[in-house]
Design a protein around this ligand. Structure first.
Ligand SMILES: [Zn+2]
Length: 282
């Protein structure tokens, strides 16, 4: 089973996770820029973070045979902090980089006017840079959040076929599917979707345009949830081709719209700016 986790925050994970992911079949990941838990107080700290998503983290992933790409954005939560907003003007500098395969994660957290502005501005940036967009849907008040998200997408210059709506569930899947956007589902240990609900949704809605991710981060989460969904799909009668479509070909097709996916990690240099994670080795 080959697996592409289209939404995982590896910065928050250990090398044990990389090792276990590789053993489970994970060969590629996309790491969206997100909120680090500790509020940022200046735009410069975004720059260092974006650099690590483009330099250090792909280097670390390559040690385990995993191709790493990222998405770049001002995240929905920090769109509410005036200290962070100037980063919006800096984003074009990052959006031209090789390993940036989408603008994201953008979207709504608390559905404030500040979030409206940041979302609209960043959907426009995606259109301007020929990139797709990874759009987070809110965890509270999900259906209202989805509708407001779809309004923003429809008002933007970006076609729905270039938008991945993430963190969907049974409440939001119908309207999301009708919109023509790609459908993302985060499978967590105790909130949002679990494997059984995910497989039930795949039975009801089919595998077209569906992406499954672990969204693993610094909270309670499991970077092997993608594999667990694949195993349950097979146990419930899906074919290996269906599993490959959901866990590999759909994410490759979506992020491939950037023209920047490089799934062969062999070319990656063994050190990053002279540093190795092999402490004392080499
Ligand atoms: Zn995330």
């Amino acid at each position: 089973m080959r697996i592409f986790d289209p939404h995982i925050h590896m910065t928050s994970r250990t090398t044990d996770d990389y090792e276990a992911m590789r053993a489970a079949g994970v060969r590629a990941v996309v790491e969206p820029a997100f909120w680090l838990g500790q509020p940022r107080t200046a735009p410069a700290t975004f720059s260092d973070y974006f650099d690590s998503l483009l330099g250090w983290e792909p280097f670390r992933a390559a040690q385990y045979g995993i191709a790493h790409h990222c998405t770049i954005a001002l995240n929905p939560k920090e769109a509410n902090d005036p200290r962070c907003l100037p980063v919006l003007d800096e984003l074009p500098r990052w959006l031209v980089k090789d390993r940036v395969v989408a603008v994201g994660e953008i979207g709504y957290d608390a559905m404030t006017p500040a979030e409206d502005k940041a979302l609209a501005a960043q959907l426009q940036l995606a259109a301007d840079h020929g990139l797709p967009a990874l759009v987070h849907t809110p965890h509270r008040d999900k259906l209202a959040g989805l509708r407001r998200t779809l309004d923003a997408v429809r008002e933007s210059a970006l076609g729905t076929e270039r938008v991945l709506l993430d963190h969907l569930n049974e409440t939001t899947v119908d309207e999301a599917k009708d919109s023509g956007c790609w459908l993302g589902f985060s499978v967590y240990p105790d909130t949002k979707m679990d494997e059984a609900r995910m497989v039930a949704l795949l039975k009801a809605y089919g595998p077209e345009r569906v992406l499954v991710n672990s969204a693993a981060d610094w909270g309670r989460s499991d970077p092997l949830k993608t594999r667990k969904v694949g195993d349950l799909m097979l146990a419930e009668g899906f074919s290996e081709d269906d599993v490959d479509r959901v866990l590999w070909r759909n994410p490759v097709e979506f992020y491939g719209m950037s023209g920047r996916l490089v799934l062969d990690v062999a070319a990656t240099a063994p050190t990053h700016e002279g540093n190795s994670v092999l402490r004392g080795g080499e």
